[in-house]
Structure formats: structure tokens, C-alpha cells
Design a protein around this ligand. Structure first.
Ligand code: SAM
Length: 239
């Protein structure tokens, strides 16, 4: 998969993606990541990428043309259909379903706004969808884009060392993940639950499922409306 990011701060994206699972996915060429700076496509001595908003008001708005040229350059840099996504607090909320959907695409372009955002005509003409990472306003789309890159990178085949760990993650099966423990067994803060030490895989799986169900019920009950639950799950929830 190839992700192109349109950003005034290419180094920020590169740094965010350089470590851990994302860094490994890049090293293993499971993902390629490229940044395009609209300033490189701006005109004039000052290479201006923003201007004051029509109608007055505070802040600046990103100009159509430098962004449009940068997106075009990204489109032409490789073959294949491209999904152009504007990172925006006004977009649909990014979630694990969307991460899975994007992870299955060949090419994605992530457009990062700054200032008051980008000229609406650019959004109308070039953008396929808008994605938000939450109901708060960031100063720019870069951290939001880095979130998408990370969530999508870990879903690429071979990105995780233990292939199972993505399957067990929260939201993969519609539920929150169960609690995890590691050594030592006994600690002043408590003991590891006996079942996890039993070696009985069926009992361990049952315990983990129950913990997932309970956590989801306590913390995010609305997820249970959509999660594919078995009769046994419903029984555990009733208990
Ligand atoms: N005036 C815009 C509004 O209220 O909708 C906010 C602009 S914000 C200061 C600058 C840029 O940060 C946006 O263009 C967008 O790219 C990015 N951004 C801010 N919050 C975001 C969020 N929650 N999710 C994704 N991108 C966000």
C-alpha cells in the first residue's frame, strides 16, 4: 500500500511514522509513505500557501492551487486508483472499520490542513472523503494523518510480529480487548489471575471473552449493539 501525505510539515509525518510497527512496515516495504509540501508548488518569491478569508474574520485559509498541484503530483507519482482524504474535525469519525477499509486500498492521499483550513472549492473538487480523529480541534492535520498511517500500517500483512495480536486488539471483533498480564506472577500490586496460569486454553479463551464483554459493557456499552454476539456471550453478560 502507498500513502501520500500533503503537508506543510513533511518531517513531522516522517518522524511520527519512523518508529515501532509503522517503522517496521516501512522497512519491510509493506507500506510506502511519501510527503508532498504544497509550498513546493506555490508561486512567487514568498511561495505563499495561504491568504485571508473572504468575508473577513480571523485566521488564514490554504490556497487552492498549491494544494491542487501537490495532490496532482502525488496522484501521478504512482499508478492505481487514489482515495483523497481530507483530515478534518468536520469529517466522519475515524474508527477501526475505516482503518480496515483503508488498509485494503492500494493508494490513499491524506490532505493535512493548517490555519482555518483549506479553501472549500479544493475540498469539493479533489476530496473523496473527510475524516476526523475526534471531536476536538488540532492546529493541523498532521497528527491526525499520523494516526491514520499508524492504524493502517499495523493492519498490513506481516507488519506485526505476532500475527494474532491485531486480531485480539480492541474493536477487531467489535469489543474492547481483555486485560493483559506479564511477569512476575506475584507482585505487591496483585497476583495474575489463576486461569491465565492454568495452561487450559479453552478456559483462558472463555475468561478473556468474558473480560472483553464486561469491559465493553462497563466502558463502551454502545459497542454491544453492533458487536456480533453469540448466545454464550449473552449468557455471560446476563450473569
Ligand atoms: N476551522 C476548522 C474547523 O473549525 O472546522 C479547523 C481548522 S484546524 C485549526 C486546522 C486543520 O487541522 C484542519 O484543516 C484539519 O486538517 C486539522 N484538524 C484539526 N482537528 C482535526 C481533527 N479532529 N481531525 C482531523 N483533522 C483535524
Amino acid at each position: 500500500m502507498r500513502i501520500d501525505v500533503i503537508t506543510l510539515f513533511p518531517d513531522l509525518i516522517a518522524q511520527c511514522a519512523a518508529f515501532g510497527v509503522t517503522g517496521r512496515a516501512l522497512e519491510r516495504s509493506l507500506l510506502s509513505l511519501h510527503a508532498w509540501n504544497p509550498r513546493d508548488y506555490a508561486e512567487g518569491n514568498y511561495r505563499r500557501v495561504d491568504d485571508r478569508p473572504f468575508g473577513g474574520g480571523p485566521g488564514m485559509v490554504m490556497l487552492v492551487d498549491p494544494l491542487r498541484r501537490a495532490i496532482q503530483a502525488a496522484r501521478e507519482a504512482a499508478e492505481g486508483p487514489v482515495r483523497v482524504i481530507y483530515m478534518s474535525p468536520q469529517g466522519r469519525r475515524f474508527d477501526q472499520d475505516k482503518a480496515r477499509e483503508l488498509a485494503g486500498l492500494e493508494r490513499v492521499v491524506l490532505l493535512c490542513g493548517r490555519y482555518e483550513g483549506v479553501d472549500e472549492r479544493l475540498v469539493q473538487a479533489e476530496v473523496d472523503e473527510e475524516l476526523s480523529i475526534g471531536d476536538y480541534v488540532l492546529s493541523g492535520g498532521e497528527l491526525a494523518a499520523a494516526v491514520v498511517v499508524d492504524a493502517v500500517a499495523r493492519l498490513q500483512d506481516g507488519a506485526l510480529n505476532d500475527a494474532e495480536s491485531a486480531e485480539q486488539d480492541s474493536f477487531q471483533d467489535g469489543l474492547l480487548d481483555c486485560p493483559h498480564y506479564t511477569r512476575p506472577v506475584e507482585h505487591e500490586l496483585g497476583k495474575v489471575p489463576d486461569v491465565l496460569l492454568s495452561g487450559n486454553h479453552a478456559e483462558i479463551a472463555k475468561w478473556r471473552r468474558e473480560q472483553s464483554l464486561r469491559r465493553t459493557l462497563e466502558r463502551r456499552p454502545e459497542l454491544l449493539d453492533e458487536a456480533p454476539l453469540t448466545k454464550a456471550d449473552l449468557k455471560l453478560l446476563d450473569a
